[in-house]
Design a protein around this ligand. Structure first.
Ligand code: DGY
Length: 315
């Protein structure tokens, strides 16, 4: 098929994805750096399908000003799209669930271990050439073996992290809106409230999607209910966390450390995090492996192709 559907990307995509889209559709690639809203409107003027991404949001104004037939996002998360406006405009929204589970679960373990084992401080010693050699008391960290990991949001990614953490000897607990079937739960302890999960875990992992009810849920009250010396890991979205409250908990030492891949208002991250040696942080790399990013592209290509077929069937 060489459809006349116009597919425009707001951002640069992996080469394979761009080539495949160009073979099937009238494809207009996007720039490396996301465009400002006015420029994006101009860039996407003739788009039937606009591909956006977490770094390239889609506001209700843009949805109203463009003449789209569908929206696609190069991500599983859809919080950067005004979904209410998309629904009102009758636009389907395609995303990429399923294919980034393993890569994101790997990053969760990297964050957990990096925070627990003081990787920021260790790496700084080497990079500033201030390491004076091995000592028996240097950078003693948090032992993860036999500690409890409380997973907030036990979807595909939460379950994949549970498998990995169990292999590290961690005891798994979780809170989700609904309890999972026993075979999926796989021995993990269910907490029917998030308060109970936070209070009873040595490490809390945020893996729940950033729905509007969860914005700012990790606040002073939940953080102070965590055990003294515990760890918070976030692979979901920064919007779940109140930065002032997390920074205070890290400054006072109430929390041992935090492992963060996501931040409120990316890429303008609250700079106070960089003064905290007990923060191990990455710039939203959860799905950033070549295999995963190519699979995300294939997922969108498949959905847009199906959409184009439906349009020509219905035409
Ligand atoms: C997603 O897909 O929502 C991720 O956050 C991007 O890696």
């Amino acid at each position: 098929m060489n459809s006349s559907l116009s597919v425009v990307s707001a951002v640069q995509l992996p080469e394979q994805t761009e080539t495949a889209l160009a073979e099937k559709f009238l494809f207009k690639p996007g720039p490396v750096e996301p465009l400002a809203e006015k420029k994006l409107q101009e860039h996407a003027r003739n788009a039937d399908v606009l591909i956006v991404a977490p770094g390239a949001p889609l506001s209700s104004e843009l949805i109203q000003n463009l003449n789209l037939r569908a929206i696609a996002t190069f991500s599983v998360g859809t919080d950067h799209i005004d979904l209410k406006a998309a629904t009102e405009a009758g636009l389907p929204v395609f995303n990429t669930p399923g294919v980034l589970t393993e890569a994101t679960a790997d990053i969760a373990m990297l964050l957990l271990l990096g925070a627990a084992r003081r990787a920021t401080e260790g790496s700084t010693l080497l990079r500033t050439q201030t390491w004076e050699g091995w000592t028996p008391v240097q950078l003693m960290g948090f032992h993860v073996h036999q500690k409890s990991l409380g997973i907030f949001g036990m979807g595909r990614i939460g379950c994949a992290v549970a498998l990995r953490a169990a292999a590290f000897g961690m005891k798994i607990a979780y809170h989700s809106r609904n309890r999972l079937p026993k075979d999926v739960e796989n021995g993990a302890i269910y907490h029917s409230t998030r308060e109970s999960l936070f209070e009873n875990s040595d490490v809390v992992l945020l893996a729940a999607p950033a729905t509007s009810e969860l914005i700012g849920v990790v606040d002073k009250s939940l953080l102070s209910s965590m055990k003294r010396g515990s760890i918070l890991v976030n692979i979901s979205r920064g919007d779940l966390v109140v930065d002032d409250d997390l920074i205070a908990a890290l400054e006072t030492g109430h929390l041992h450390s935090a492992g963060l891949d996501v931040f409120r208002n990316e890429p303008q991250v609250d700079p106070r995090y960089w003064d905290l040696p007990n923060v191990f942080a990455l710039p939203h790399l959860g799905s950033a492996t070549t295999e995963t990013r190519v699979a995300m592209g294939e997922s969108l290509l498949g959905q847009i192709t199906e959409f184009a077929q439906q349009l020509s069937i219905n035409a």
